[in-house]
Design a protein around this ligand. Structure first.
Ligand code: GLN
Length: 243
């Protein structure tokens, strides 16, 4: 089976190695015996989203977010929203995650409107949350529920009733440092503050995203058992890191 992985705004949104998420998806999909095509979808392009199976949108600083926000106010924004409604698998990180909510209000400058995929809004806070994070995610299958990563953001994200958090914070700050939520999930669209990059540190999460994409496209999700001893050891080492 063939999977197309789209990397949206690779030149703008890829802070702290978020590109590694694309590599992890592509590599594990291939190890599972699938054909993979990676498409770099730069600003100004009109990607054919119906042929994309997993879309990755990384994090970026406020400066890049302004540029991306403007682009998403064009036709691509509506197309992306419709594709997500149709079940497109999306992984959005930090600055990208913020732009999928209703808006992001930076410290300086105008409020940046988001796509309102997530019933959530983000406001720049007085403190920067920097450090290792561990969350527990009941939405993910057993064995994949502990997710580890690294956060670095000042935006405080608050979820409304129309969206579920990705998980509960066990270590770190997460969405806003107050309500113990981290990230957001709407249909097959995932948002999280976790860099790391997050996917190489969480091989089970990679497989979960691949399975959802395969099921959506082909109606079944055959994944080979892989020798994950190294990946699991790295994940467990990350769980034990101090904040
Ligand atoms: N500008 C955002 C914040 O600091 C996003 C930063 C990021 O993507 N790391 O909240």
């Amino acid at each position: 089976m063939k999977l197309v992985i789209g990397h949206l705004y690779p030149e703008l949104m890829g802070i702290y190695g978020d590109r590694g998420n694309v590599l992890a998806l592509a590599r594990r999909a291939a190890w599972h015996g699938h054909e993979v095509e990676v498409r770099h979808l730069a600003r100004g392009e009109r990607p054919h989203l119906a042929s994309v199976d997993v879309l990755v949108l990384g994090g970026g600083q406020d400066k890049e977010q302004v540029v991306v926000c403007e682009d998403l106010q064009g036709p691509l924004g509506g197309e992306l929203r419709a594709a997500i409604e149709d079940g497109l698998v999306v992984l959005s990180i930090c600055g990208g995650y913020q732009l999928l909510g209703h808006y992001y209000q930076p410290h300086r400058g105008d409020k940046l409107p988001g796509l309102s995929v997530f019933d959530a809004y983000t406001v720049a806070g007085p403190e920067r949350f920097i450090g290792n994070v561990v969350i527990s995610s009941p939405l993910l299958p057993e064995g994949a529920q502990t997710v580890v990563g690294f956060e670095n953001h000042s935006g405080l994200t608050y979820l409304g009733p129309g969206v579920q958090p990705l998980g509960t914070v066990l270590k770190g700050k997460g969405n806003n440092g107050r309500d113990a939520t981290e990230g957001a999930v709407y249909k097959n669209c995932f948002g999280t503050y976790l860099h790391g990059p997050v996917l190489p540190k969480n091989p089970r999460l990679v497989d979960h995203l691949l399975a959802r994409a395969l099921e959506r496209r082909y109606g079944s999700a055959p994944l080979n058992p892989l020798d994950d001893r190294l990946e699991v050891a790295a994940h467990q080492a990350a769980v034990r890191l101090p904040r």
